[in-house]
Design a protein around this ligand. Structure first.
Ligand SMILES: Cc1cc2nc3c(=O)[nH]c(=O)nc-3n(C[C@H](O)[C@H](O)[C@H](O)COP(=O)(O)O)c2cc1C
Length: 466
């Protein structure tokens, strides 16, 4: 086996202190014959962005390597904003060619909360960069501490090395996005009688683009015109955010971020966003997600760690770009709202139909938001919210309680742990009674399970008062 040169693009804002990088150092220890060049991308993003030479050096190293390893911690269902910015720079600075045909793998560490969406995103980026994508490794943060799990990580990387050595083929999973060349032109003015009463509700649109010459700017304006009184519109570039989350985890103890007093993020999040009744996030698709500016805001909101902050709202999205070609992104949109205990209403885009169709959709979106808000309607959450919340609950109750004590207190106070199945008294009693009966063959074979399931429903349907 010839010695190889690997470029590792470190997506952790902690730089060398990253847990994820310990996985790379372990490979280095087991295969010291290769060269490992770890570049701290996320930690140094400002310098990389401001110093073109530094960016070009990184691209040169990618070009000269036999394989590229993307390694990153999960940040709010994706990579962190700093890493996302680097990915944007690759296209903005015409550096894609360096990645073409490079063998690559993607390593993430996390608690497995939406690691699949981050991995899907990275795989699509690798496909967009025309890389030879060998596979991903979605490790739990602590996997390396267990012998069997270390062994499988090693096997995975050895398979990667085999791929490069033997030039094995790799498959593609994501077709390039088809961008629609369409100029949205809002139609006739909405009559006063057609406008919706805001019913004293606070309606807020947060966007990274509000320029009225853009499709999204026009969509926001048209949407706002559907209401009888003014709504609030905030541009994310007008708020004072000094930088992305740096994962110091000071917030874990008391939900107090180390940026307090250094920028205006908290005033924005707590006084403006958290006080809305109806909240619409708007933006333009950038690669396979929203912009890194949007991601920075979502990452910074992590100072409230695993507690919901946007609760009880009617929420939705206004998007310019091919969101329906990126189901991974729609899934993140929906999951984010469900986990916050808010109601996911809709995503309105400019990707289909005429301007008139979009006008109608925007107007109806406004109607739905106020109608649902008035009726206090919350549709049932799906696996996206249900599964995600359970992962948080278990992790905060268990191994990560000492890190996130503020969450633990919140979870205790708000009954989050009551949902543990071992606390379900009704289920316990039912099982105690029924399991011994189920073990009697003669009885079990006589039971009509379909009818048994329907028995409580029949009671509801036959009761005239229910
Ligand atoms: C701002 C922030 C957001 C996070 N979001 C997620 C997440 O969405 N899913 C998850 O499983 N873990 C999440 N984590 C946990 C980290 O991904 C995990 O601790 C990781 O192993 C840290 O790696 P590092 O030391 O290399 O930075 C988050 C951590 C931080 C600080």
């Amino acid at each position: 086996m010839k010695d190889m040169k690997f470029t590792i693009l470190n997506g952790s804002p902690k730089g060398a202190e990253s847990v994820t990088m310990q996985y790379v150092l372990y490979i280095k220890k087991r295969h010291p014959e290769h060269e490992y060049n770890i570049i701290n991308i996320a930690q140094a993003i400002k310098k990389i962005e401001n110093d073109e030479k530094r960016f070009e050096d990184i691209i040169l190293q990618v070009k000269e390597s036999d394989g590229v390893i993307w390694g990153f911690p999960l940040y709010v269902m994706l990579v962190c904003s700093q890493y996302k910015r680097f990915i944007e720079l690759i296209t903005e600075r015409n550096a894609k060619a360096a990645f073409e045909n490079k063998y690559t793998i993607v390593l993430s560490t996390s608690i497995h909360f939406y690691d699949h969406t981050a991995q899907n995103y990275m795989q699509s980026i690798c496909d967009d960069l025309k890389m030879k994508y060998v596979g991903n490794y979605p490790a739990d943060s602590w996997d390396l501490l267990y012998p069997k799990r270390r062994a499988r990580w090693l096997l995975f990387v050895e398979e990667f090395i085999n791929h490069i050595e033997h030039k094995y083929p790799t498959s593609k999973h994501y077709a390039p996005l088809k961008m629609r060349d369409f100029k949205y032109t809002p139609g006739k003015v909405i009559e006063v009688s057609e406008k919706f009463d805001t019913l004293g509700k606070k309606i807020l649109v947060v966007s990274d683009e509000t320029n009225e010459n853009t499709n999204i700017g026009k969509m926001i304006k048209r949407f706002a015109e559907s209401f009888s009184s003014e709504i609030e519109i905030i541009n994310l570039y007008d708020i004072d955010v000094k930088g992305g989350c740096i994962s110091c985890l000071q917030c874990g103890y008391d939900h107090k971020c180390s940026y307090i007093g250094k920028d205006g993020f908290f005033e924005f999040w707590e006084d403006v966003v958290m006080t809305a009744d109806i909240l619409v996030f708007a933006g333009v698709i950038k690669d396979r997600y929203l912009s890194s500016r949007w991601k920075m805001v979502l990452d910074r909101a992590f100072y409230m760690t695993h507690t919901p902050t946007l609760t009880g709202m009617q929420m939705g999205y206004l998007i310019s770009g091919p969101v329906n070609q990126i189901p991974n992104l729609s899934q993140m949109f929906q999951a984010h709202i469900e986990i916050q205990d808010s109601n996911f209403v809709d995503i309105i885009t400019d990707e289909f139909g005429t301007s008139e169709d979009i006008d109608a959709l925007l107007h109806d979106f406004a109607r739905k938001l106020v109608t649902f808000s008035k009726a206090d309607y919350f549709k049932p959450i799906t696996f996206l919210g249900e599964g995600g919340k359970k992962i948080f609950r278990d992790d905060i109750f268990g191994r990560n309680r000492f890190v996130f004590l503020a969450d633990h207190e919140y979870y205790e106070k708000h009954g989050f742990y009551d949902s543990f199945p071992q606390n379900d008294e009704r289920a316990k009693k039912m099982n105690e009674k029924l399991i011994p009966l189920m073990k009697i063959d003669k009885l079990r074979t006589k039971i009509n399970m379909k009818q048994e399931f329907l028995r409580p429903f029949t009671k509801i349907l036959e009761d005239p008062n229910k």
